[in-house]
Design a protein around this ligand. Sequence first.
Ligand SMILES: Nc1ncnc2c1ncn2[C@@H]1O[C@H](COP(=O)(O)OP(=O)(O)OP(=O)(O)O)[C@@H](O)[C@H]1O
Ligand SMILES: Nc1ncnc2c1ncn2[C@@H]1O[C@H](COP(=O)(O)OP(=O)(O)OP(=O)(O)O)[C@@H](O)[C@H]1O
Ligand SMILES: [Mg+2]
Ligand SMILES: [Mg+2]
Lengths: 227, 227
Amino acid sequence: VVETIDLCKVYRMGLTEIHALKNVNLKVYRGEMVAVVGPSGSGKTTLLNLIGTLDKPTSGKIYIDGEDITTKSEKELTLLRRRKIGFVFQFYNLIPVLTAYENVELPLLISGVPKKEREERVRRLLEMVGLEDRMNHRPDELSGGEQQRVAIARALVNNPSIILADEPTGDLDTETGLMVVQLMRKLAKEEDSTVIMVTHDPQISEIADRIIYLRDGRIIGEHKSDD
Amino acid sequence: VVETIDLCKVYRMGLTEIHALKNVNLKVYRGEMVAVVGPSGSGKTTLLNLIGTLDKPTSGKIYIDGEDITTKSEKELTLLRRRKIGFVFQFYNLIPVLTAYENVELPLLISGVPKKEREERVRRLLEMVGLEDRMNHRPDELSGGEQQRVAIARALVNNPSIILADEPTGDLDTETGLMVVQLMRKLAKEEDSTVIMVTHDPQISEIADRIIYLRDGRIIGEHKSDD
Ligand SMILES: Nc1ncnc2c1ncn2[C@@H]1O[C@H](COP(=O)(O)OP(=O)(O)OP(=O)(O)O)[C@@H](O)[C@H]1O
Ligand SMILES: Nc1ncnc2c1ncn2[C@@H]1O[C@H](COP(=O)(O)OP(=O)(O)OP(=O)(O)O)[C@@H](O)[C@H]1O
Ligand SMILES: [Mg+2]
Ligand SMILES: [Mg+2]
């Protein structure tokens, strides 16, 4: 459902070139949960941003459900993102003036979901991540891990077929982290969605079906999880 | 060197009251590295912000080097922070328009350190956290973990006697995380500084001399580390 071919990304800063991704070839199948692990600076966020159409490759191809997204217009990409992709950002990107509830509701408002159904889905997701008592808090009235859980709920509320999660448990204790990732896995299995999850936590990566290893912008190996 | 007595913090939102800290009694000794662990939302950041004078308690006392900081003026608190406290924030708070180098240099500029010595100390710290090749990058040109390491270097550059680190390895892979915390410990031992470190990572908490457990705003236990 997601495929990259010889994917490269070079950041240019004046005369300096940073080769963040070098010929990355990756296949992720429908219903799979894949973990991407690697040292700080190895290119994980860059990879996720390219797959999520938030940035453009320097060279190489990216296919989502068989369509080459490198040839799409901005308008087509925006529609694709809205319909198919749920993104948990490394730094959440919550809207500061909206409450937790309103932040999670936003994708449903954009998709035109009717009020009663919106309310049910937002409440259900906030309960599932343990934030039923924090719905009316704005981001600056939430702890780091609570903000992270709002970001996760927001990414899942629209039932996207592809979930891209950049370090979804970085600010969570072990128990809460395992809970949200098990939740993502459960929802993905129910909907036959695909999850690509960047993580530094070995315990979290073990929940995935397959673990892909990145180093200095290259895939250096992968293995199936043993459960 | 740090002592809290019956420390309480209540956040008020309209008619709602959130009791984030409830009668916290804590003693931290000079040269000690203490880890504070607990579930998301248990009050760790609140505790660190109170000790770091970034926020005021609702009731209770906080002593730093024997001085009651709850009775100090804003001016006195600012001087205290500048002289004694180095803070690694849960969300870094780097200055977006400054490079990594300039962000780390800032505390030294504020303290009036001469140019040659500033340059030596900034470079040394950035090398120690593995960012010698990223000195001229601004925060938006850095990966999450690279930004976190800039924040750590900045907190350490002024040789503060009290280092408060809020989840300093949340965006770092295991190897890099262990490296920076071993670095903090080494520098603290050399300077006889004190480190209070909030962390969700059991491996990181094991590096500390003592681990304090927080739950629902209360200290529920502690134990010495076994090394
Ligand atoms: N400004 C605020 N107004 C209301 N409630 C707040 C405010 N700031 C924090 N809280 C609440 O206080 C509690 C403690 O917050 P704190 O940030 O100290 O938790 P934490 O232990 O650091 O959590 P995490 O591990 O998720 O970072 C949380 O439940 C949070 O929702
Ligand atoms: N806009 C940019 N300009 C220049 N270099 C960049 C830019 N963005 C990222 N980089 C560099 O590209 C490399 C890969 O960055 P990326 O954010 O993908 O790493 P990462 O694997 O997500 O790291 P982390 O685990 O620390 O979040 C890093 O070394 C970073 O310094
Ligand atoms: Mg990243
Ligand atoms: Mg916190």
